[in-house]
Design a protein around this ligand. Structure first.
Ligand code: HXC
Length: 514
């Protein structure tokens, strides 16, 4: 049995190691407006729930005077705890210890906690704040990264993986967050890039600040690497807490249901879409008019805004929403919005979250830039993701559903379970103007008044096809519904799909157009 002295010794040892890189380094961290690693974990997790492991781990590096250095915890804190009462594995790199650089022991600690997460089937959260591979440990650091990337990949679709960038995350280190499901960044604090400003200057002769190269905004607005933008660490932790409320703990579970709530009355579903089909509106208002308490948790809000993705609840159940955004680029699908939607659909499918798709799309974005950027390859991801998904898939056509966009946005032809359309929906190969110009070209050109004839023919086409009834007559639409009926139809569709099972041919895996 441990004597009183031994107990005291343990407390002293803990106290010593918990100082991280020492007073100076801790002060520097605070001056940069950053929390220190252990404080971050404790703030994020439920009160008193954090249990730390491998606190006394020591590195074994000997070169470059490393044998003379004590690196407390080897620059990373690992453990388990709970968020809203549910267990998670977590690690946080400690920048105060050798810049949070990743050496062999540091990597072993991360890998060990990742293995726990995999075995226990609980989410893993990684807080990144690091100068990257520990230069003194050479290939051992690279080996460590490789082992982390391997586990990120093996864990993908099995347990949720969350990355939080709260400092530098540079070089190959960025590929761990890139392999995880959600990346959180904080303004002014997060820096994420492959090659830093110095390398860019040397190789390309271009000067750029770290912020402009890979700051939080850049990663949220331009590259789309990150999913959530916060203005403080505190706000970031609240976002993580919120995300965790919508997702299940592993791929065998469903998200926990919440008490059902009605949408707020200020979102009047019948008044959102303008009468003129050319006028834009914010599709998020439609989502808010449908979901419980009008509470919509948007993901990648700042990137590829022509598509909206995120979580909301219907009758207490988590739903993944995918919606064209007519307010931006008329809601077309392009390279980035296709990537954004496809990845989200695959997350929902992997984690048993039903998908509701709201359609108002004039088609894929035309143009040389898009063709050359691979809109064919990227656009195919949406078709693949919807077709592949076996969770309940329900579609509501709000207004336009033209051409390839109609098919891609979870049409019945990709095996949506239910497709509803509002009475003003227009389902056609293309818009009435373009269609009339093609099929009535001769009549228009030879008419005494071509403009008058064009108008007449456009109207003729509209009357024939720009409505939901032709598709409904073929069974391509299950019901034409009043906007006010939408929530009820959706809730019922989710209810009846509760035991949905859909088999696929046995294979090792498909080959999505990555
Ligand atoms: C060892 C490191 C380190 C590293 C920082 N430190 N990065 N030690 N290996 N990679 C140490 C510093 O020597 C310093 O130690 C302490 O951490 C704090 O660093 P500072 O430079 O004083 O901090 P700051 O001014 O805030 O600058 C932070 C930084 C800078 C921008 C991250 O440290 C930096 O550029 N580091 C190198 C980044 C890098 O090139 N890493 C390798 C990337 S390649 P003392 O003892 O002085 O306090 C890579 C490949 C991975 O990661 C491939 C995987 C496939």
């Amino acid at each position: 049995m441990a004597s009183k002295d031994k107990n005291l010794e343990l407390l002293e040892k803990r106290e010593e190691v918990s100082k991280g890189g020492g007073i100076e380094a801790l002060k520097k961290q605070e001056e940069m407006g950053k929390m220190v690693a252990r404080q971050r974990i404790i703030t994020l997790l439920d009160n008193d729930s954090f249990h730390e492991y491998d606190l006394f781990a020591e590195h074994e590096a000997r070169d470059f005077d490393m044998d003379k250095k004590t690196l407390h915890g080897d620059g990373v804190i690992t453990g388990t705890g709970t968020i809203n009462g549910k267990p998670v594995c977590i690690y946080a790199q400690d920048f105060t210890v050798a810049g949070g650089s990743l050496g062999l022991m540091h990597a072993r600690k991360i890998v060990k906690i990742m293995d726990h997460a995999l075995k226990m089937r609980i989410p893993i959260i990684g807080i990144n704040d690091s100068g990257g591979a520990r230069v003194q440990e050479g290939v051992n650091s690279l080996a460590g990264y490789g082992e982390i990337f391997y586990r990120n990949t093996i864990s993908s679709g099995y347990i949720p993986q969350i990355s939080v960038i709260l400092g530098p995350c540079a070089g190959g280190a960025v590929y761990s967050p890139a392999l995880t499901d959600f990346v959180f960044v904080v303004d002014k604090i997060s820096k994420m890039f492959i090659t830093g400003p110095e390398v860019i200057k040397t190789v390309l002769g271009e000067e750029i600040s770290m912020e402009d190269l890979g700051g939080a905004r850049v990663n949220c607005e331009i590259s789309g690497n990150a999913h959530f933008f916060a203005t403080s660490e505190q706000e970031c932790f609240q976002q993580i807490f919120r995300l965790m409320s919508f997702i299940p703990w592993n791929n065998t579970r469903r998200p926990l249901p919440y008490p059902a709530k009605k949408p707020k009355p200020e979102f009047e579903i019948g008044k959102i879409i303008p009468n003129d089909p050319k006028l834009p509106y914010d599709v998020r208002d439609v989502i808010k008019a449908i979901v419980d308490a009008s509470d919509f948790f948007e993901i990648q809000e700042l990137w590829a805004k022509n598509i909206v993705i995120g979580f909301g609840r219907l009758n207490g159940e988590t739903i993944g929403f995918v919606a064209n955004q007519p307010k931006v680029l008329a809601g077309v699908l392009d390279v980035d919005s296709s990537d954004k939607a496809a990845r989200f659909i695959r997350f929902c499918d992997a984690f048993n979250i039903p998908i509701v798709t709201l359609v108002d799309i004039p088609g894929y974005l035309p143009g040389v830039d898009q063709e050359h950027a691979g809109v064919i390859r990227h656009g195919a991801k949406v078709l693949y993701a919807f077709s592949e998904a076996t969770v309940p898939k329900i579609t509501v056509i709000l207004r336009k559903a033209y051409g390839g966009g109609y098919i891609a946005m979870n049409s019945i032809h990709l095996h949506a379970d239910f497709v509803f359309a509002w009475p003003n929906a227009e389902i056609a190969v293309m818009g009435p103007e373009g269609a009339a110009n093609i099929i009535f070209k001769k009549e228009i050109l030879s008419a005494p008044n071509p403009e008058e004839m064009r108008k007449q023919k456009i109207q003729e086409y509209k009357d024939k096809f720009a409505n939901p009834y032709v598709a409904a007559a073929r069974g391509y639409i299950d019901s034409v519904v009043h906007p006010e009926e939408t929530r009820n139809f959706l809730i019922h569709a989710i209810d009846v799909s509760i035991n949905k099972t859909e088999n696929r041919p046995q294979k090792k895996h498909g080959i999505p157009p990555f």
